[in-house]
Write a protein that binds this ligand. Structure first.
Ligand code: ADP
Length: 373
């Protein structure tokens, strides 16, 4: 019988699972937040993912439940598991991608290298942390942040006064301000049966807290760094029992250390390169992992692949016109559209270019992306 995969959330990650699901012979269904979302082609239901009855009704007709985002509340997930629904990743794992304080505490237990951190409940505690860390810190809201929202560099506790007021006594996360030289991301897929396949570590470039580019594999890495990144991902995936794709965002320091920034338990922007650059793309791999099918190989198909995000849209003309222009000028570029109306700063698609020469590939991917400026 055809396996039915239910995806909660109708964004671009769900959208990009649709084509591989068809190829794998899976029946994919999406619970979208609204009409007309990125993944509307597979949307069989529209409703609130925080509402147990809505999610329960959706889950009734699927064999496996997975996610486009991490925001489904623990109570809802645990009720589904109690109903006997296959949920991947399960709530025990997902909690570490939902709450950065819970994640930091668990990563300490697992002995994974990470920035110094503390749970701070008020301005005094934060000021002590800042004073102990050279006069600066990064403050994060533990839950609900994305794309740099909920992350703030502070020099004094006053800089976070509004967040303490909004938190109403709940702790914020304070982290040392890591003087990183670049950001990396390590992905790994894990099946319920425990099999794991790691992707090459990639370099990511963020602008204004949003991923702008990814280069796969990360250039200029030592074998030691490559091994260390993979070991960290393996330890986390196994340690917290992830099923599906795990992305570990990392900082590299100038003394070649890597520290874990955060976790995502789903396909991730840093892995979009794999759609055109790896033997098995991350969306296919996620579906294979959550349905407990054998995993595919994750090696690059070309020496280099560069992914550039398209943020916002053209000042004049339509996105479709621009895509057509890119196809004319850059037949080597692979275009992925999200079916979203452009708004400033909004991710509406991405471009992958793969090839032999890193400088060429970077140049071509960026040149293709300029059509959207
Ligand atoms: P989000 O959940 O919104 O993606 P992150 O925790 O990944 O937030 O932080 C967003 C960006 O802020 C990171 O990609 C990095 O550039 C910067 N950042 C986060 N934490 C630190 C830190 N401890 N030190 C220095 N920069 C940081």
């Amino acid at each position: 019988m055809t396996v039915r995969v239910g995806v909660i959330g109708g964004g671009q990650l769900a959208r990009m699972m649709i084509a591989p699901a068809v190829e794998l012979g899976l029946d994919i269904r999406v619970l979208a937040e609204d009409e007309g979302m990125s993944a509307q082609l597979a949307a069989t239901a529209v409703g609130d993912y925080r509402d147990l009855d809505t999610v329960r009704a959706f889950a009734k007709d699927v064999d496996v439940l997975t996610f486009d985002h991490e925001h489904v509340p623990q109570e809802v997930l645990r009720a589904l598991v109690a109903d006997g629904v296959q949920v991947h990743p399960g709530p025990d794992a997902l909690q570490y991608a939902q709450d950065k304080l819970v994640m930091r505490a668990r990563l300490d237990q697992l002995g994974v290298p990470q920035p110094d951190w503390a749970a701070v409940h008020d301005a005094d505690e934060l000021q002590r942390f800042i004073d102990d860390h050279g006069g600066g810190a990064v403050v994060k809201t533990p839950r609900g942040g994305y794309d740099g929202k909920g992350v703030r560099v502070v020099r004094t506790a006053m800089d976070a006064a509004d967040w303490f007021a909004a938190a109403e006594g709940d702790a914020l996360l304070a982290e040392e301000l890591v003087p990183f030289t670049r950001e990396l991301a390590q992905q790994i897929a894990r099946r319920p049966s425990g099999e794991m396949v790691a992707y090459p570590v990639v370099e990511t470039v963020q602008r204004d807290g949003v991923c702008a580019e990814a280069i796969a594999p990360a250039p200029g890495t030592t074998e030691r760094l490559v091994q260390a990144a993979e070991q960290i991902a393996r330890r986390i995936a196994e340690g917290v029992g992830v099923t599906g794709m795990l992305a570990v965002e990392l900082f590299e320091t100038d003394d070649q250390r890597i520290l874990v920034n955060e976790l995502a338990m789903r396909p991730h922007n840093s892995g979009h390169w794999s759609q055109d650059g790896a033997v098995t793309g991350q969306f296919e791999q996620h579906l294979r992992a959550v349905t407990d099918l054998p995993l595919g190989r994750a090696e690059p198909r070309q020496p280099w692949t560069v992914m550039v995000n398209i943020l916002g849209g053209p000042q004049e003309g339509t996105l479709a016109d621009r895509f057509a222009s890119v196809m004319t000028a850059h037949p080597e570029a692979k275009i992925h559209t999200y079916g979203k109306a452009p708004r400033p700063g909004r991710k509406v698609g991405h471009i992958n270019v793969a090839g032999e020469d890193l400088d060429d590939v970077v140049y071509l991917a960026r040149a293709a992306a300029t059509f959207f400026a």
